[in-house]
Design a protein around this ligand. Structure first.
Ligand code: PLP
Length: 401
């Protein structure tokens, strides 16, 4: 099946079974140790062919026939992602995070019911509100950080999917993955987790009981703001997973080979970037707490954060690279602050090596739970002292008028 096979490891680590002896960081740094069998190159070639020679006996002994369902370079990156998430069913790469997420919802049947996090990526929420009713699928958005609320939203017999995002963009609300999985499974539903903001550096949802984990690989997995990509990783290659694979193959949703090659290159340094970016975010969160022009810092790494206790259990090696500030003085002060930064880049998206700042309510509109005074910060790899000084100066200048 497309997307689930790790490539052969000719001349690298003897096979992927043996490779599990090494840490995820080591395996990612060497792209699973795969070596090109023709040249012995330590970087696998970029496969761009759209079609492949059929054998005289009419078979396709290479396993490749056409590039819409499958591609060898995409498989390379999928092998690393499956390893990072501990995904028994493997990984599937898509042309965007939205393409990956919507393929999961596309695998549902008319009459199914979905429970999803109230705090989640706004464009996916908008898509669900617009598209799911047209397919005869009802979606309830609830605060999944409240497990009683999640339990109450389940419709026994009808709920087939619980979709959580944790930490949830842009308030960084934390949902207990293990507890949500237990609630979903008890009702006969699957749990899917948008783990974009946590990344496999901090959390492996499949280890905690989730069935599917989704990433906008556009974010920290690629990390260089030059690829749009999405990924799904599965715990089990069951009928639902196969249906998603069929949707990707049939709709042509697979990631392009050049993007997969760039993603693969980025995954080799993923651990270094994620460590630096989350360390920077933690420093900034602590320093902006108590800042005279910051009303509130939203970051699950702060001991006072409502999600801290759960985050401390299910996140490791830090709490991620994303935080938000609620600016004292309200919306006008927040927008004026974003206007005055010099080192931070005023742009949407997140997870890149360059730090980004965004007045999020301007993007999400009136239906969003995002307050108007909120600035979303994506911490890059610049010196935290520089990032602090730049934003501190902008806050002070905005406040002075
Ligand atoms: N999930 C989260 C948490 C996101 O932040 C985004 C994009 O910002 C997406 C999903 C969608 O990903 P993409 O932009 O790659 O389609």
């Amino acid at each position: 099946m497309s997307g689930t096979n790790a490539p052969e490891a000719p001349g690298g680590m003897p096979d992927d079974t043996q490779a599990v002896d090494f840490s995820r960081r080591s395996l990612a740094a060497q792209a699973m140790g795969h070596v090109d069998p023709t040249t012995r190159a330590v970087v696998m070639p970029l496969h761009v062919a759209t079609t492949f020679i059929r054998d005289p006996d009419n078979g396709y002994s290479s396993g490749f026939s056409y590039a819409r369902p499958d591609n060898a370079t995409v498989r390379e990156a999928e092998g690393v992602l499956a390893m990072l998430e501990g995904a028994q069913a493997g990984a599937m790469l898509f042309g965007s995070g939205m393409a990956a997420a919507t393929a999961v919802f596309g695998a549902l049947e008319p009459g199914d019911h979905v429970v999803a996090s109230h705090v989640m990526y706004w464009a996916l929420k908008r898509w669900l509100r617009a598209e799911m009713p047209r397919r005869g699928i009802a979606v309830d958005f609830v605060g999944t950080d409240d497990l009683d609320g999640l339990r109450a939203a389940i419709r026994p017999g009808a709920t087939k999917l619980v979709w959580i995002e944790t930490p949830g963009n842009p308030l960084w609300t934390v949902t207990d993955i293990g507890a949500a999985a237990a609630i979903a499974h008890e009702a006969g539903a699957r749990l899917a987790v948008d783990s974009t903001a946590a990344s496999p550096f901090h959390t492996r949802p499949l280890d905690l009981g989730a069935d599917i984990v989704m990433h906008s690989a556009t974010k920290i997995l690629n990390g260089h703001s030059d690829v749009v990509a999405g990924a799904l990783m599965g715990a089990k290659a069951d009928a639902f997973w196969e249906r998603i694979a069929g949707i990707r193959a049939g709709s042509g949703g697979i990631l392009g080979p050049f993007e997969a090659y760039l993603l693969m290159r980025s995954l080799r340094t993923f651990h270094l970037r994620a460590a630096a970016q989350s360390a920077g975010a933690a420093i900034l969160a602590a320093r902006f707490q108590g800042h005279p022009h910051v009303a509130h810092v939203l970051y699950p790494g702060l001991p006072g954060d409502p999600g801290h206790a759960v985050a401390a259990r299910q996140m490791h090696d830090g709490f991620g690279f994303m935080l938000s500030l609620r600016v004292a003085g309200g919306e006008a002060a927040a927008i004026a602050t974003a206007a005055r930064v010099r080192l931070w880049k005023r742009a949407t998206s997140l997870g890149g090596v360059e730090s980004l700042i965004e007045h999020r309510a301007s993007v999400e509109g009136p239906d969003s739970p995002c307050p108007p005074d909120l600035l979303r910060l994506s911490t890059g790899i610049e010196a935290p002292d520089d990032l602090y000084a730049d934003l501190d100066a902008a806050l002070r200048a905005a406040h002075a008028g």
